[in-house]
Design a binder for this molecule. Sequence first.
Ligand SMILES: NC(=O)c1ccc[n+]([C@@H]2O[C@H](COP(=O)([O-])OP(=O)(O)OC[C@H]3O[C@@H](n4cnc5c(N)ncnc54)[C@H](O)[C@@H]3O)[C@@H](O)[C@H]2O)c1
Length: 401
Amino acid sequence: MPKTGLEHDNLYQKYERDATGWKVLRNGFVHESDKIEKAVKLVGKDGLLRYDQSKIRVTLFGLGRIGTVWIERILRNPRLQLVYCVEPCVERANYFEYMYNLKDVKMIHPNSQDEVFSDPDVDAVIIGTPTSSHEYLVLKSINSGKAVMCEKPLADKLESVDKIFKLAIQRNLPFLTAMNRRFDPSFRSIRKRVKKGEIGKVHIIKTTHRDHPGHPASYLKGSAGIFLDSAIHDIDLVCWVIGEYPVTVIASGSAFDEEIGAMGDYDTVVIVLKFPSGAMGTIDVTRSSAYGYDERLEVFGSLGMLTGPSVRPTYVTLDSESGSTTVPYHYNHISRFAESYTNELEHFVDCIKGLKEVEVKPMEVMAATKIAQACKESARTGRPFELTWKESWSYSRNNEE
Ligand SMILES: NC(=O)c1ccc[n+]([C@@H]2O[C@H](COP(=O)([O-])OP(=O)(O)OC[C@H]3O[C@@H](n4cnc5c(N)ncnc54)[C@H](O)[C@@H]3O)[C@@H](O)[C@H]2O)c1
């Protein structure tokens, strides 16, 4: 069997020749179509190959920026059938209908959304609407018996997040909070290797998250603020990678953009976290960066360091007598995390099909919300915030790690 020589790195594919030809054993970087083919392939007891042709009928709420991410993936996924789109903006709905040739999809205004909830043929909903609408739409969807994937943050209040999880568990429905960073191949690999102990005891974990190209004021106003809207990705990532929740949080923020300052929000924040093991975390987030979308993760431990560097669309460099140049980082989260979004949707589908358990656990989402709120309070008061983790958020159905 040919070897890559990098046994420990699951981003490399290993192949084994079997009777049917080359077979992928590890699939960290397999092309999407290969993953999908694998997912729908069923080998019956008779040994014959069949394909799972049953489709999950799905509704997409919100045809904004994240709606574009989801519609493109829903339409090319053979396990899904898009049946409704719900969007209040007529121009946006018309554009999607034309752009994606949605002749067989019912385009609905939110005033008529009860049609979706009462349609027994809708199996699942994907919610990509402004944050303030999440709680209502999620509760309504679960109460109507739909599986749900909802964008982060679920809500800005812990009580609301708690209510959502309790209902999802009570109704025994798959519910995925779209913590998209967890599905990035590099970040997943780092977590796996930290868990395996490759860098020994973790001393420092840090993320840098520089958004590009900035957000419209209308979005920022309804976003719940930089900590709950943006830093929550990094907070969740850091806790998930090292497997701990912080006991102390301190955060600070500045608004270099006057419009953002006038909203009472920040465009640039720094967070310091102290974990029970002694490990420390730093997170810095900016709402916009001049040079592109820059997201990095680094974990430093007693035996070494794991780094997930920022990613460029290509790695072509130009060397000339005046120096060396390379292409800028990705334009936005949509291209930077293209593969994560695909993996995330596949995970949701696998959970609905009963092939996997939802990876983003209720307690983890509650914790990320609580930490983001503490950061907000720390930045406001200029004081560190002590956190305790003895709450009685007990979510049964084995969905805690
Ligand atoms: N996971 C990620 O990486 C990620 C990235 C971007 C945004 N988000 C989240 O996605 C959500 C939407 O963000 P966005 O950037 O797409 O915003 P956006 O403003 O671009 O799009 C929101 C869309 O929802 C529509 N809408 C408003 N109310 C609605 C309702 N009741 N029903 C249906 N549609 C409605 C709006 O008209 C708009 O088209 C936010 O919660 C945001 O935090 C997540």
